[in-house]
Design a protein around this ligand. Structure first.
Ligand code: NAD
Length: 359
């Protein structure tokens, strides 16, 4: 099996290839990324791209469609991947996350790719009062990021057929350790707060609901989607991806971290305006269709792995919310240093290829 992973040098892609290699015998994995965060490595002993057979460095907006030869599946992770970046770069978010992405999906279909897996997000539910959100519920995307995910899902639904099976994995908020760690994710942020300052400052009033999923369990879900056929869920399937036990209120996440990292004080901003992105999610469909690929990581395991990862890096930066562990800060740093232009394109970047074993 030959798989293309776009956006592979990010937080999720840096974990995914190792998982796919361990779960499948015969596999060729090719990565494509423009490397916004390639330098943001947490473990200098290990370069995640060594788990890929080939690594292409290039921008999605200039994607060389001739690259799509003999692939069975495309796992599409590349994106402006959160709300803060999407808010700052709205137009570019639409260009990358939707317009360029749907072109790649169309070309993949034309060139005989059988399976297209799209990293969507539960956050497209927006405000969700009442019962847990199902896939069939009306969507309420509140941000440029969420709107781009909805547009891409819509595009994929019209492209899909029996020979081009598309799966939109609506992931819960990611958490957990990765060779390219992010601290702009709620659980990771709390662990970093606890370790660096002994105090978790919850920016909201703590009541919003957030479904979470560990980054390792995201890889297990992608693994399932790669093999999915239209008999299991239809030719286009949007599916909430996470687990019912992992619907948490933000204040409970803070408490769980404080229980593991003793001495941690939790301060909640009781005067905060209510956070609009509160939602609980129904994962019944995922339970039914992917019984062998359900999340298996426990919350305390995820917390412990982030803790151990940060400790092994001698992490002490209490001001990390202004650091390169925040994706928006990385992009802003590239622009200020004139490495990226105002369209988030590298100045002077040429398409380059790295091949495994120096073939
Ligand atoms: N982390 C989460 O909480 C979460 C939750 C739900 C869905 N997702 C989705 O999963 C996917 C992966 O998330 P992640 O956390 O690894 O994000 P990430 O930001 O760490 O990685 C995204 C990767 O895409 C690449 N990329 C962005 N624009 C590109 C372009 N124009 N050309 C080529 N490459 C480009 C970046 O360089 C980066 O390596 C994203 O689509 C994201 O929206 C993430």
């Amino acid at each position: 099996m030959k798989i293309l992973v776009t956006g592979n040098t990010g937080y999720v892609g840096s974990v995914l290839a190792r998982h796919l290699r361990s779960s499948r015998k015969e596999i060729e994995i090719v990565g494509y990324d423009n490397g916004y965060f390639a330098h943001c490595l947490t473990d200098s002993n290990y370069l995640p791209e060594f788990d890929y057979d080939q690594q292409y460095w290039g921008d999605l907006r200039d994607f060389p469609h001739e690259l799509l030869v003999d692939f069975d599946a495309v796992v599409h992770l590349a994106a402006i991947s959160n709300d803060p970046m999407g808010n700052k770069f709205e137009k570019i978010t639409e260009e990358i996350n939707y317009k360029s992405s749907i072109k790649i999906a169309k070309e993949a279909k034309t060139r005989g790719v059988k399976s297209f897996i799209f990293a969507s997000s539960c956050s497209i539910s927006g405000v969700a009062e009442g019962s847990n959100r199902k896939e069939s519920d009306k969507l309420n995307p509140l941000t440029a990021y969420a709107r781009s995910k909805v547009a891409m899902e819509k595009g994929l639904s019209s492209l899909a057929d029996e020979n081009f099976v598309t799966t939109a994995l609506r992931f819960a908020t990611a958490c957990g350790m990765s060779p390219r760690l992010r601290l702009d994710l709620v659980l990771n942020d709390f662990v970093a707060c606890a370790i660096s300052s002994g105090e978790i400052t919850v920016l909201s009033d703590g009541t919003p609901w957030r479904p979470l999923i560990d980054v390792k369990d995201m890889s297990r879900a992608i693994d399932w989607a790669v093999d999915r056929t239209s008999e299991s869920g239809g030719s286009f399937l949007p599916i909430n991806t996470g687990s019912r036990e992992w619907n948490y209120q933000v204040k409970d996440l803070a408490k769980a971290v404080a229980e593991i990292i003793s001495g941690t004080k939790v301060s909640i901003n009781v005067n905060a305006q209510s956070d609009e992105r509160s939602y609980r999610v129904d994962f019944t469909l995922f339970e039914k269709l992917a019984p062998n690929n359900q999340p298996i990581v426990f919350l305390d395991q995820s917390i412990n792995e982030i803790k151990e990862g940060l400790e092994s890096m001698n992490f002490i930066d209490a001001n990390f919310r202004a650091s390169n562990y925040m994706r928006l800060k990385v992009l802003e740093g590239h622009i200020t240093s004139m490495r990226l232009d105002e369209n988030l394109k590298w100045k002077n970047m040429k398409q380059t290829i790295y091949k495994r074993n120096n073939e």
